[in-house]
Design a protein. Structure first.
Length: 365
């Protein structure tokens, strides 16, 4: 059954969702995905409307404290992304507290603690999902961060480390007890990674066990599913990851459904322009001050070789294309074409040819 509201009722209910002092206008958010949810992608998702919160790629607490430039790049965002949550990972309470202060000084609305990443290179350093194996230590980290900053501190976790250690409820109660303002639960274990199904029954149990907002995550690939999760579980909101990579309009379409309207149609042309806009934003990163970055790296007087930048942009389009073209007619052909291009010009031409035939239909980019 879909969640259907009149327009006024929908807006009133959605306005009630607060994370600390931050109010979300919609209960749908973009989940953090390393290598994917960069500031360019987040901006484009926000421009489609319907997304109430964006969360950055995870940022290393160690890198923040040491002032490593590449780490700071992951914390970049623009005003149009607000409210923005910057996610940080690490296992040392003092460094995590210091990193929260740095992110607060950069203007973040929320700082989120990664306790959900199952990747071994993160988990082996007592960070990410490995923190779920020691809920007491995990709560110590969150408590230190809450005391260090005035902005809300939130936590993203999984259902547990494995099927024998499903302790999301325990961890949720512990972090609530030390001051966490909200929680996101991905309904898979670390051992599952992204296999199997997200356990929304468990997510709902976690939501009922605490008094702070709980967001659910996992297996939402259609706009109606976002509303079904809100309607059928105890969560306050839904974060979408891979579903948004396939369909960046999923939030806007869910918002349409929430007020009784048919979901907006996304034409092939719109899909093509989205990729071209993403390409252009990537090419402009670190160059165009008009985009309004809150944080900028110190100028060194040196610029990366154009070919190096072009290669980075091509690789980013390849990564997004692997998801974006799933379900598209002849999508495998487009992925093959993108994976073989050698220049930005060839990449533009490939996108135009696939999505925007004939080429003269396209606006200049």
């Amino acid at each position: 059954m879909l969640l259907m509201f009149g327009h006024t009722e929908a807006m009133e209910q959605m306005a009630q969702l607060r994370i600390g002092e931050v109010t979300l206008t919609l209960p749908f958010g973009l989940a953090p995905m390393a290598g994917m949810t960069d500031t360019a992608f987040r901006r484009l998702v926000k421009r489609q409307r319907g997304c109430g919160l964006v969360v950055t790629e995870m940022v290393s607490s160690e890198g923040l404290v040491r002032g490593i430039g590449r780490t700071l790049e992951f914390a970049e965002y623009t005003e149009e992304e607000r409210p923005v949550s910057i996610q940080v990972f690490g296992g040392d309470p003092a460094k995590m507290a210091a990193s929260a202060q740095i992110l607060e000084s950069l203007g973040a609305d929320i700082v989120d603690v990664n306790m959900g990443c199952p990747v071994p290179k993160i988990a082996k350093h007592n960070a990410g999902c490995s923190l779920m194996r020691d809920p007491k230590h995990a709560a110590t980290i969150v408590g230190a961060m809450v005391r260090a900053v005035k902005i809300p501190v939130t936590v993203k976790m999984r259902s547990g480390w494995n099927e024998e250690e499903l302790n999301a409820q325990e961890l949720a109660r512990r972090v609530e007890g030390v001051g966490a303002s909200a929680i996101t639960v991905h309904g898979r274990t670390a051992r599952q990674s992204y296999s199997g199904r997200s356990d929304w029954g468990l997510i709902s149990d976690v939501a009922r066990s605490v008094n702070i907002p709980v967001f659910g995550s996992g297996d939402c690939v259609e706009p109606a599913q976002l509303l079904e999760r809100l309607n059928e579980s105890a969560v306050s909101g839904v974060l979408v990851g891979r579903g948004a990579l396939r369909n960046p309009w999923i939030f806007a379409q869910a918002a349409d459904l929430s007020v009784g309207n048919a979901p907006r149609q996304v034409t092939c042309e719109k899909r093509g322009h989205f990729l071209l806009d993403y390409l252009n934003l990537l090419l402009g990163e670190g160059v165009d001050e008009a985009e309004g970055f809150r944080h900028r790296l110190p100028l060194t007087g040196e610029t990366a070789p154009a070919r190096g930048r072009d290669r980075w942009v091509i690789n980013k389009l390849r990564a997004l294309g692997a998801w974006y073209t799933k379900g598209c007619e002849n999508g495998s052909h487009l992925r093959k074409e993108i994976n073989t291009v050698e220049s930005i010009a060839d990449l533009r031409r490939t996108i135009h040819t696939f999505f925007l035939k004939p080429i003269d239909r396209c606006t200049a980019v």
